[in-house]
Design a binder for this molecule. Structure first.
Ligand code: FES
Length: 169
């Protein structure tokens, strides 16, 4: 989607606002900030899979907090994307157990297949390649996550098949 550059352009849908209000209602009025994480997830889903500065500013306005309080959370957690992403975001675990099972080679294979480096999008805009820390599937590495779905015990052949399948979606 096009980049949203001003807070005025940020308009949540009715459904998203209802969900945001529901999360805020879980907390006392002077503790609205406690709803920040779920609201950032809602914002990311609402605006093309990433949270632009303008979207973060809007979240700050809704929660009546300073924008920096949103930025520091959005930049800390790898699940929030700070740049536009491809249709499929591949999050490869790079923590010890997965590394011992070949995560490095998996990342290199993906970089070659997608012609992009970690942190970048493929030229066709279909994929974003990211690395993340342990996703708690350590016995089944190397693995990656796409949204809520895990792909485990990966090797180059399985990766090639996965990319082909995703390109058809
Ligand atoms: S080390 Fe990869 S899932 Fe835990």
């Amino acid at each position: 989607m096009n980049e949203i550059t001003t807070q005025a352009e940020v308009q949540f849908s009715e459904e998203a606002m209802a969900e945001i209000r529901r999360y805020i209602s879980h907390y006392p009025p002077d503790r609205k900030k406690s709803a920040l994480l779920p609201i950032l997830h809602i914002a990311q889903a609402e605006f093309g899979g990433w949270v632009s500065p303008a979207v973060q500013d809007k979240v700050a306005e809704i929660l009546e907090i300073q924008p920096i309080e949103v930025y520091e959370v959005a930049t800390f957690y790898t699940m929030f994307n700070l740049k536009p992403v491809g249709k499929h975001v591949l999050e490869v675990c790079r923590t010890g157990p997965c590394m011992l099972r070949g995560a490095d080679q998996l990342i290199e294979h993906l970089e070659n297949r997608l012609s992009c480096h970690v942190g970048e999008n493929s030229a066709d805009g279909m994929f974003t390649l990211k690395t993340v820390e342990c996703l708690a599937a350590c016995g089944f590495g190397p693995m990656l996550q796409i949204r809520e779905k895990y792909y485990e015990n990966l090797d180059p052949e399985k990766i090639d098949q996965l990319l082909d399948d995703l390109r058809k979606q």
